[in-house]
Design a protein around this ligand. Structure first.
Ligand code: ASP
Length: 341
């Protein structure tokens, strides 16, 4: 008989564990023991569960690189002891955390499943109970002693997604996440149906946790009417090394001379510019329209079908690894963890 899987639940905060403050009425995180009290069935799940709680617990809107560093360290320190990890996390920035962790944890061969909920566990109609229990089951799932999902993923409302392909698209529905450019990794109903062909294969190499992230980055979202002043200010931010340029459609932007000149000057100063689309689905194709061909000539890098969340995470990660110039561009355009096609 197979040994029971051992799972480490890492509690970072988020709605799933929040309680309403009786004085102010606002939602604030509460401790992990109370989570257990709300889901007594966890005791009868056939795997051993330990927990690690961050202190302080945070609303994920307060997420930042030093928290990510700590999260990667907890996983690294416990990697050999556990078969899988469940990260309880607020949904607001979950797609960013899943993306950045996928880059930080090179050679990950065990499941890291992020989940949370739209309603706290203490609320009768909570979605957190099912999300949490199924996330544990997925983190524990093995076949011939090999984890079925050895990658960073998000489980939310009956679907398992590749973490770095996911976006939060709805602040109201229980179905809060989408992965438009990559198929779901599993669908959950009566059975958990894993889509093996889309799940990363383990490489059985030793985990390498890269913890340096460089936050000298920015996102510049285009809109009709964006002024030269705004573009100039953003591209000239002191210390800026990388920028994610959110363009229209398949990577299109204005062809105004001033705009292209600002971009060219930034590239000349050594700022790496990555072009991603504002569309939720589809891909950047530099050179398809006249409105993107000049950017290619200037040296703007095409982001293919990467999400903005994964793009900014990848930029912080690669800059943190001290990549720059051509080497950085080469890494940006190839999939490192299945984040782009
Ligand atoms: N504001 C919360 C958070 O991201 C929302 C949630 O958990 O769904 O922490």
């Amino acid at each position: 008989m197979e040994n029971k899987a051992s799972i480490l639940v890492i509690y970072t905060g988020g709605t799933i564990g929040m309680i309403r403050d009786s004085e102010t009425g606002v939602l604030k995180p509460f401790d992990f023991d109370r989570i257990y009290r709300h889901i007594p069935v966890l005791e009868s799940i056939p795997c051993s569960i330990d927990s690690y709680s961050f202190d302080p617990l945070i609303d994920s809107s307060n997420m930042n690189p030093s928290f990510w560093k700590e999260l990667a360290t907890v996983i690294e320190d416990n990697y050999e002891t556990y078969d899988g990890f469940v990260v309880l996390h607020g949904s607001d920035t979950m797609a960013y955390t899943a993306s950045v962790l996928s880059f930080m944890l090179e050679n990950l061969n065990k499941p890291v499943v992020l989940t949370g909920s739209q309603l706290p566990l203490g609320v009768v109609r909570t979605d957190g109970r099912e999300n949490f229990i199924t996330a544990i089951e997925i983190a524990a799932a093995r076949e011939a002693d090999t984890p079925i999902v050895p990658e960073v993923c998000i489980y939310f409302e009956n679907k398992l997604f590749r973490g770095n392909r996911t976006i939060k698209f709805n602040a109201e529905n229980f179905e809060a996440f989408l992965s438009v450019n990559y198929p779901v990794l599993a669908e959950v109903g009566v059975h958990i149906k894993y889509k093996r062909q889309y799940i990363r294969k383990p490489n059985f190499k030793k985990l390498k946790a890269h913890k340096d992230l460089d936050a000298n980055v920015a996102i510049l979202k285009l809109f009709p009417g964006i002024s030269k002043h705004v573009v100039n200010c953003i591209l000239n931010i002191d210390g800026l090394k990388g920028i994610i340029l959110e363009t229209y459609g398949s990577g299109n932007a204005p062809t105004d001379a001033w705009f292209l000149q600002e971009l060219e000057d930034a590239v000349q100063r050594g700022v790496t510019v990555m072009n991603v689309t504002q569309c939720k689905g589809g891909s950047v194709e530099l050179g398809r329209y006249e409105t993107s061909i000049s950017m290619e000539k200037i040296g703007v890098v095409g982001g293919s079908d990467i999400t903005t969340e994964a793009a900014i995470s990848k930029m912080m990660f690669l800059l943190g690894q001290r990549y720059s110039g051509r080497e950085l561009e080469e890494k940006l355009i190839i999939p490192l963890r299945g984040e782009m096609s």
